[in-house]
Design a binder for this molecule. Structure first.
Ligand SMILES: [Zn+2]
Length: 591
C-alpha cells in the first residue's frame, strides 16, 4: 500500500519538477505551464528534515503487553493518551531468552540484542574472578557512587560493561554535542543503561537516597529535590484502591503472593515501615518502592529536569528517560493477577498524564517524541496458575545443581563441578566444561540429570548458540534455541542453559528456605517477552500496528527521526509508524 502510494507520489513529483525545470527555456510554454500549475509546485530548496526537540524514553519495569489490552478501559491519563494519540505496537516481544531488567533496558537503549550489547543478565558469574558481578559493577578504582543530599552510597556502578553506545550517547556524539542526557529510575541498572557510558545525570534510588556515580554529572535541581526527601515525606501515607472494589478483576488476596514486610495481602497498604510506628526504616523504603508514590516521585524529578534545564529549548535534541520500577516490585510480590498491579497502573496512568501535560506546556505538543515500553513481562505465580489445572510449578535450581554434581561423581571430576547456576545459566568450575566436551559419557550424564529435574523442558549447550543465525527466517532452529542464541555473549553467558517448561518458575532459593517472593521472569516465553511498545508525538503516525516487532526497534526509530546512525542492525526503524512527507496537492484542472 505505502509502496504503491509512494511510487505514485514519486512520479507526480518528478513530473512537476521536470515541468518546472523546463519553464525558463521555453517562455511561451511557461505561460501555459503557469496556468496549469498551482503556486505550490514551484521548485524550492528542500530544507533538512526537522528534528524533535526532545526524545523521551519511558520504561515501565515488568509491564506485560496484555496489561494495555486488559486495563485500557480504566485509564484516563497518559497511558490512554499514548494509545489514542500514538502508535500502538500490539505484538512487540523481546526475541531473546534473558528477559531481565538490565538486559531489557540495554536492548531498548541501544537497539541491539544482548548477543551484541553484552548485558546478558542483571548479574552473571565472572569466570576470571570466580564471583558474581552485577551488570553495572565497575571495578575501576577511580569510580565511586556518590549521593545527593549528603548520602554516602556504597559501590561503583556504571554502564562500562555495555558493549555498544546508547542511542542517547550516539545522538550527542553525532550531532553538535548540544544534547543533554538525563535519566531517572529506582534502579542503577535501568538509569545507567538508558543513559550510556556518560551523561549529564543518571540518577537512581539506593537505601533511601538518590545517588549517581562519578563518571556522571550531578545537577543542582536533583540536589534540591533530594533535600526535600520525596520518599521520607510519604512516610505515614496509605496506598488504597483508587476505584470501587467492583472495578477490580481479581480477588482480594493474590494466591502465593509474598508482600513486603509490614504489609498484609489485602488493601489498604500503609507506608509505615516494619512495625508501623517510628521513623522510616528499611521496610518503609521497600514499601515505598512497591507503591505508586515512587512513580510519582520519579515523575516529579522528570518534570523538574524539564524546567531546570529547559529541555527541548536548546540547540540540540535533548534526551530524557525514566524507568518506573514499582510495577516490577509489585509484580514480584503480588503477581500479575492482582489488584495491586491493576491499581498501580491506574496511578501511573495519572502520573504520565501529568508528565505529558507538562511537556506540552514547556516543550510544546508535537515538538517531542515519546516511546513507552517495558524491559520484560512476568509469569503468573506458580501456585495461582496450578489452580487452573495447567502444568505449572517451581523449578528449583539448587536441586538441579545437586543432581549435576551427583551425575559427574562416577567420572572423576573435582568437586564442586558446578561453580554457579544463575537464572537459566549453568557455569562449571574452571576446566570442567572443556573436559565435559571431550567426555561424551559424562556430558550425557549431566544432560540426563538436568532433564530429570521437574520443570526442565530442554538444555542448550554454549557451542550450539555461538553462531547466531544470519537472519531470523533462515534458521531451522526452534524459537527457544534462537532466543538463547540472541542472548549469548561469549565469556559472560553460561556453559549450559536451562529452558523450563512453560509456567515453571526458575527459583534459586536455597534448599530448606522459603521463597521470599511471589513470582519472576527471565525465560523465552511470551509472558516474559511480550511488552507494550507505544510511540507518540513528533513524526509519529498514530494507529494500531499488528506486525511483530521488538523493543530493539525503538532506538533505531528515534535514530531515524533524529537523522543519526546506530552501530547495530539488530533493531530496525518502525517505518510504518513514521509520518510520511505531506503528499503534494494534485495539479488544478484547467477550467
Ligand atoms: Zn525489570
Amino acid at each position: 500500500m505505502f509502496r504503491l502510494a509512494n511510487s505514485i507520489k514519486q512520479r507526480t513529483i518528478t513530473a512537476l519538477l521536470l515541468l518546472a525545470i523546463a519553464i525558463p527555456f521555453s517562455p511561451p510554454a511557461a505561460a501555459q505551464a503557469q496556468a496549469l500549475l498551482p503556486r505550490a509546485a514551484a521548485p524550492k530548496a528542500s530544507p533538512a528534515p526537522a528534528k524533535p526537540k526532545l526524545v523521551v524514553l519511558l520504561v515501565v519495569d515488568q509491564m506485560r503487553g496484555d496489561y494495555v489490552d486488559k486495563f485500557l478501559g480504566q485509564w484516563t491519563g497518559g497511558l490512554r493518551r499514548l494509545v489514542e494519540e500514538g502508535a500502538w505496537f500490539r505484538d512487540a516481544a523481546f526475541p531473546y531468552a534473558a528477559t531481565e531488567t538490565c538486559v531489557g533496558h540495554a536492548t531498548i537503549s541501544t537497539g541491539a540484542f544482548p548477543a551484541t550489547h553484552g548485558m546478558v543478565a542483571n548479574a552473571w558469574w565472572d569466570r576470571k574472578d570466580q564471583k558474581m558481578v552485577t551488570c553495572t559493577a565497575d571495578p575501576d578504582p577511580s569510580v565511586k557512587n556518590t549521593g545527593y543530599a549528603g548520602a554516602t552510597p556504597k559501590g561503583a556502578d556504571t554502564a562500562w560493561r555495555m558493549a555498544v553506545p546508547s542511542f542517547a550517547e550516539e545522538l550527542k556524539f553525532q550531532t553538535s554535542g548540544a544534547t543533554r542526557i538525563v535519566t531517572f529510575s529506582l534502579k542503577a541498572r535501568a538509569a545507567l543503561t538508558m543513559a550510556g557510558h556518560k551523561a549529564d545525570a543518571a540518577t537512581w534510588f539506593d537505601g533511601g537516597a538518590w545517588v549517581t556515580s562519578s563518571p556522571y554529572g550531578t545537577l543542582p535541581f536533583i540536589e534540591e529535590q533530594a533535600k526535600s526527601h520525596p520518599a521520607k515525606a510519604d512516610f505515614g501515607k496509605t496506598w488504597s484502591l483508587s476505584l470501587p472494589e467492583s472495578a477490580y478483576w481479581y480477588g482480594e488476596k493474590a494466591l502465593g503472593a509474598v508482600p513486603p514486610d509490614g504489609w498484609d495481602l489485602t488493601f489498604p497498604h500503609p507506608l509505615r515501615g516494619k512495625t508501623g510506628v517510628g521513623e522510616p526504616d528499611g521496610a518503609f523504603y521497600e514499601q515505598w518502592a512497591s507503591s505508586p508514590y515512587a512513580d510519582t516521585a520519579l515523575t516529579e524529578l522528570a518534570e523538574k529536569a524539564v524546567d531546570a534545564l529547559n529541555l527541548g529549548k536548546a540547540a540540540g535534541t535533548d534526551f530524557l528517560a525514566v524507568s518506573y520500577s514499582s510495577v516490577d516490585y509489585v509484580g514480584h510480590e503480588f503477581g500479575p493477577r492482582s489488584r495491586e498491579i491493576q491499581d498501580i497502573l491506574i496511578r501511573l496512568d495519572k502520573d504520565l498524564g501529568n508528565l505529558f501535560a507538562h511537556l506540552d506546556k514547556k516543550v510544546g505538543r508535537g515538538n517531542y517524541v515519546v516511546a513507552l515500553s517495558a524491559d520484560h513481562g512476568v509469569v503468573p505465580i506458580p501456585e495461582d496458575m496450578q489452580k487452573t489445572g495447567a502444568d505449572a510449578g517451581v523449578l528449583h535450581l539448587p536441586e538441579l545443581q545437586e543432581r549435576i554434581e551427583k551425575a559427574v561423581e562416577p567420572f572423576n571430576y573435582a568437586k564442586p563441578a558446578v561453580a554457579r547456576i544463575s537464572g537459566s545459566d549453568i557455569y562449571f568450575a574452571p576446566g570442567v566444561y572443556d573436559k565435559l566436551q571431550q567426555d561424551r559419557a559424562a556430558l550425557q550424564a549431566v544432560l540426563d540429570a538436568a532433564l530429570a529435574q521437574p520443570g526442565v523442558a530442554a538444555i542448550y549447550r554454549a557451542e550450539e548458540l555461538r553462531d547466531r543465525p544470519a537472519t531470523p527466517q533462515s534458521s531451522n532452529q526452534s524459537p527457544a534455541h534462537r532466543a538463547f542464541a540472541n542472548s549469548y555473549f561469549p565469556g559472560r553467558s553460561g556453559d549450559l542453559f536451562i529452558l523450563p517448561k512453560p509456567y515453571w518458575l526458575l527459583d534459586g532459593t536455597p534448599i530448606g528456605k522459603q521463597r521470599s517472593y511471589g513470582t519472576g521472569h527471565g525465560v523465552p516465553y511470551n509472558y516474559d517477552q511480550h511488552v507494550p511498545v507505544l510511540l507518540m508525538g513528533f513524526g509519529i503516525q498514530p494507529g494500531q500496528y499488528f506486525q511483530p516487532i521488538t523493543p530493539a526497534d525503538i532506538a533505531p526509530t528515534f535514530a531515524a527521526l533524529c537523522g543519526i546512525t546506530l552501530s547495530s542492525r539488530d533493531g530496525h526503524p518502525l517505518a510504518e509508524a513514521l509520518k510520511k512527507p505531506a503528499e503534494p496537492r494534485a495539479p488544478a484542472q484547467t477550467p
